[in-house]
Write a protein that binds this ligand. Structure first.
Ligand code: NAI
Length: 224
């Protein structure tokens, strides 16, 4: 039997951007687009776009380009957006509350159903009608409710413990904001989010001209 075809994570990480730009095109009543035009807007080369999409099927037509709505629907399906996802948040501090308070996730089918915390001052409060429960109730909640995604917004040192409870009680997808690498069994998918990585990329790019000047300088000009 041949090797199973895999999709590289680099391709996967570009898909949300296609999805976002195609939605924008739909909102602007654009029905079809060539890979060149899509490339100008999205910032990937036309051949990159063709290669990325060819991983999943034959979506474009020679001389026609892409049907925007069809491609958007295909990519939505590839991203699993044909389903709704129930989510719970562990850690109802600044970040947990901000995520629960952001209603736009619901437009894509992501619903925060409950928050969990250890702080008695928070337990019993609600964010947009989403209740904050005692973290000790997480296990029972996961038994009684269908939850697809666990979101971790606790301090770093608490994150593994919370992840263990989630995994033991059926969670197979974790969106982890705590700055730590979680240890989870095979089959459990963890997506780490690091806003700082993005900020550091920004500061790198701000500093890049100076850095390139320095790198490209004639070594004899560099005064130690
Ligand atoms: P915060 O201190 O406002 O909130 C943390 C909450 O977790 C508190 O309400 C606390 O009572 C609760 N908590 C502590 N232990 C818990 C447990 N065992 N179970 C349930 N809840 C528990 O902190 P903030 O600013 O909301 O940050 C939360 C986490 O997210 C931190 O780990 C922080 O480093 C991380 N963070 C990550 C970012 C990223 O880009 N990945 C950006 C900002 C914060």
């Amino acid at each position: 039997m041949g090797d199973k075809r895999q999709i590289s994570m680099a391709v996967v990480r570009r898909l949300p951007k296609y999805h976002r730009y195609l939605l924008e095109l739909i909102r602007n009543d654009v029905d079809r687009i060539s890979s060149k035009e899509l490339s100008d807007r999205i910032g990937f080369t036309a051949s990159q776009i063709r290669q990325d999409l060819n991983n999943f099927g034959d979506f474009g037509q020679q001389g026609y380009g892409y049907n925007v709505k069809d491609l958007y629907n295909e990519i939505s399906n590839i991203l699993g957006l044909h389903a709704n996802y129930n989510m719970v948040i562990a850690g109802a501090g600044n970040l947990g509350q901000a995520i629960a308070g952001y209603s736009n996730f619901e437009k894509e089918g992501f619903r925060v159903k409950a928050l969990f915390d250890i702080n008695p001052k928070l337990i019993g409060l609600s964010i947009r009608d989403i209740e904050i429960f005692d973290i000790d109730n997480l296990r029972n909640y996961l038994h009684d409710n269908k939850v697809d995604i666990g979101i971790i917004c606790t301090p770093r040192v608490q994150a593994q413990k919370v992840a263990d409870v989630m995994v033991k009680n059926g969670i197979t997808a974790i969106w982890n904001f705590a700055p730590t690498d979680l240890d989870v069994p095979r089959g459990v998918i963890v997506e780490n989010v690091h806003l700082l990585d993005s900020l550091l990329t920004l500061t790198y790019r701000v500093n890049e001209p100076k850095l390139l000047d320095y790198i490209n300088k004639d070594p004899e000009e560099i005064v130690e």
